[in-house]
Write a protein that binds this ligand. Structure first.
Ligand SMILES: O=C([O-])CC(=O)C(=O)O
Ligand SMILES: [Mg+2]
Length: 218
């Protein structure tokens, strides 16, 4: 039987779930989020309001879901000790724009514990330092206002983020276009289908190249 969730000081924690192997994640790393989205029938994509906070940020990993109260990061701080290498913190902070849920200090702690990044349905701060450090953080925007630290919250339970349900251990891929959530049981299907999409995209590029040469010759 599944272990029940424990509540630690106002934050409920469930750690009874699995992470996929790193070699599965490596296969997703070679693909764009747009192509992965096409491979999953153009579904499973987080709304475009959640975007990288610096140009060039990208990340692939498995979801460590965190639910906070709007403007409060107690559950995020409590999640630090539950990070495993390759995790991506997926934080539902209710899209609230009045408080930053994390800044450079927490982003650096995520990285120090081996997290591959964080996706936040909410706002962040200290963006210039996070960019300088190259830590991939995706959020709705920036505000200098710091968060409260009272809770409650949950760690390791399913959350909603940008209109998509994220279960603990789901595969997350994020790049300049945005974020996709891939349930592990659909990983093989997604990888097979995305290689067909890559071939189709290459054929479209070749068509454009042929058109360009024809235009130049005329
Ligand atoms: O004060 C906080 O909790 C958020 C913050 O700025 C940081 O993590 O650097
Ligand atoms: Mg800070």
């Amino acid at each position: 039987m599944k272990e029940p969730a424990m509540t630690q000081d106002n934050v409920r924690v469930d750690t009874a779930w699995e992470r996929v192997d790193g070699h599965v994640l490596d296969q997703f790393r070679t693909h764009s989020v747009a192509n992965l989205g096409d491979a999953l029938d153009r579904l499973n994509i987080v709304d475009g309001g959640i975007a990288p906070i610096w140009n060039g940020a990208k990340a692939v990993g498995t979801a460590l879901p965190v639910l906070t109260v709007a403007g409060d990061n107690k559950a995020v701080i409590a999640a630090l000790e539950h990070i495993r290498p390759g995790d991506i913190l997926v934080i539902n902070a209710f899209g609230y724009d009045g408080r930053a849920i994390i800044g450079d200090n927490l982003a650096q702690r995520f990285a120090a514990y081996g997290a591959a990044g964080a996706i936040i349905d909410g706002y962040v701060r200290d963006a210039a330092i996070i960019e300088e450090l190259g830590i991939p953080i995706f959020a709705r925007g920036l505000t200098p206002a710091g968060p409260f630290k009272n809770g409650p919250g949950t760690i390791g339970e399913s959350v909603a983020i940008g209109g998509v349900v994220v279960n603990p251990g789901d595969i997350i891929a994020a790049d300049g276009d945005g974020v996709i959530v891939i349930p592990p049981h659909r990983a093989d299907e997604a990888l097979k289908s995305v290689s067909e999409i890559v071939a189709r995209e290459a054929a479209l590029d070749a068509e454009v190249e042929a058109l360009r040469s024809k235009t130049a010759a005329s």
